[in-house]
Structure formats: structure tokens, C-alpha cells
Ligand binder design. Structure first.
Ligand code: SF4
Ligand code: SF4
Ligand code: SF4
Length: 253
């Protein structure tokens, strides 16, 4: 009985679709496309002999301008595919520094790394033909990642905060605007004045500052970190390095 009912309902729904009408619809589209691609140019091209012109902001593999990088690791944090890591390099102009290396085999070319880069050192490039014979060839170390010969594209998408949308504001903010910057919050009671945050900050935005109190054990002034929000690039490295977890990021909302 159940099988009969099933067959019946299938037959009824098929008949509702009026087979002749939808077959004619399909044939009409096929015929129109045939005429269009015969009389005019086809939609496809003879790649790789022919290539389409890419727009200026085409998002291919990421690239880097080594001199602009401040080793803040924001690109490493944001990458959804975890294909970026900071590696040590040595060069005549930069000395011994750390710079990003990208596993292009895993990169999905989303451009997030370029979008968060505070100095626009990371860019998106027009390169997309990345086929190689081994995976190791697709590990782009900082030198291979460079892209200076041709113009890359700095990703600077303006944004607006959810709180501003709610308040009916429409003014967009550019990368680096104070209004959209996440800032560091200090829980001063937990701080042991180790100054690791000051030593770690890649842009010198942390300064150990005297609070005016005296340490009764050492009889020396107590110092706590003070943050220069103008200089801060919200990289969170100070938060990570704090041994007492007294730093946290206050998100711009
Ligand atoms: S483009 Fe996207 S996936 Fe590729 S390295 Fe940058 S953040 Fe990662
Ligand atoms: S986000 Fe930019 S400045 Fe920071 S490490 Fe990556 S490339 Fe360098
Ligand atoms: S203060 Fe902290 S979050 Fe800001 S740039 Fe320095 S290390 Fe990064």
C-alpha cells in the first residue's frame, strides 16, 4: 500500500511539471546559445594561449615588501588556513629579523593577511598560475614571497563598526583609524612589572612608567606598562607574552 501511494505521488508531481514545456525551455536556451556563440565570440577562451585581462585589484597569491614589515605577526593570526609562519631571515639591509613565510599550496587567496597588515607590507599580487611539481616548491619563504617588480595591491577595505551602524552613522573608517582599533587593557593588580610587554612590542607602544608608589621590599619605584594607542597596531604580542595574563584586548565594537 505504502509503495503504491509513493508511486502515485511521484507520478502526480511529475505530471504537474508539464514535461513538454520544460524540454522546450531547455532546447530554446541551447539553440539561443548556439546561435550567439556561432555568430558572435564564444564565452570561453583558448587558455593558456589566450588570457583574460585581470582587474587591477585581482586577488592572487600574497606578496610582501620585506622593508615595510614590522614582524607583528597579525597576518599569521588572521590566516584562516594557517599557512603563514614567521621565520628568521638575514639580509644586508635588514640584519637578522623574522618575516612571514607562506605555504601557497594551502593559501586560498582570501587576502585577509593583506587586509590586516598595519603597514601594507603584505599585499595581494596578480599571480595565480602556481602549478609546481612538488609541494616544497610552493613553500614561499620571505625572499620568494617578495613582489616588487610589478605593482601588487594593498588591501585597505574601509569599514564601519556595528555600534555605528546601530547609531545610524555612515562614515567609513580606513585602516589604522583610532575609532576601529582594538586597544590593550591592563589589570594593574596582577602586573608584576616584568617589562616583557615593553621588550616584545614591535612598534615601541609600551613604556614602563613609574606609578608614584615605592616597592617596600626593594625601596625602588614601582613601574607599570603604559600604552600608546596611537602607535599600537593591535598585534596582541604583549598579551601573549605576559606571564600573569594581566593584559587583554579591548575590541572596538
Ligand atoms: S591570502 Fe588568505 S589563505 Fe592566503 S596566506 Fe593570506 S590569509 Fe592565508
Ligand atoms: S601583518 Fe604585515 S607587518 Fe605584520 S608580520 Fe605580517 S606582513 Fe609583517
Ligand atoms: S602594545 Fe601590545 S598590541 Fe599594541 S603593538 Fe605593542 S605588543 Fe602589539
Amino acid at each position: 500500500m505504502a509503495e503504491d501511494a509513493k508511486n502515485k505521488s511521484t507520478y502526480q508531481s511529475r505530471s504537474e511539471l508539464k514535461p513538454r514545456a520544460w524540454i522546450a525551455d531547455g532546447l530554446r536556451v541551447t539553440f539561443k546559445t548556439l546561435v550567439r556563440t556561432t555568430v558572435h565570440r564564444p564565452n570561453t577562451i583558448q587558455y593558456p594561449f589566450e588570457k583574460l585581462v585581470k582587474p587591477d585589484c585581482y586577488r592572487g597569491r600574497p606578496g610582501i615588501v620585506l622593508e615595510k614589515c614590522i614582524a607583528c605577526s597579525k597576518c599569521v593570526r588572521i590566516c584562516p588556513n594557517r599557512c603563514i609562519e614567521m621565520v628568521p631571515i638575514e639580509s644586508a639591509t635588514l640584519g637578522k629579523v623574522k618575516r612571514p613565510q607562506v605555504n601557497v599550496a594551502r593559501c586560498m587567496m582570501c587576502g585577509y593577511c593583506a587586509e590586516v597588515c598595519p603597514t601594507n607590507a603584505m599585499i595581494v599580487t596578480p599571480e595565480f598560475e602556481l602549478a609546481a611539481y612538488s609541494r616544497s616548491e610552493l613553500m614561499f619563504d620571505p625572499f620568494k614571497l617578495q613582489f616588487e617588480s610589478k605593482p601588487g595591491y594593498e588591501v585597505c577595505s574601509p569599514m564601519i563598526l556595528p555600534s555605528e551602524i546601530k547609531a545610524g552613522k555612515t562614515e567609513m573608517h580606513n585602516k589604522g583609524d583610532m575609532a576601529i582599533k582594538d586597544t590593550v587593557a591592563l589589570d594593574a593588580k596582577k602586573c608584576i612589572s616584568c617589562s616583557r610587554c615593553e621588550k616584545t612590542c614591535p612598534v615601541g607602544a609600551v613604556k614602563m612608567t613609574e606609578t608614584g608608589e615605592i616597592n617596600p621590599k626593594t625601596n625602588k619605584p614601582i613601574k607599570k606598562p603604559a600604552f600608546d594607542n596611537e602607535k599600537c597596531v593591535s598585534c596582541e604580542q604583549c598579551v601573549d607574552v605576559c606571564p600573569k595574563s594581566c593584559l587583554s584586548m579591548k575590541e572596538a565594537m
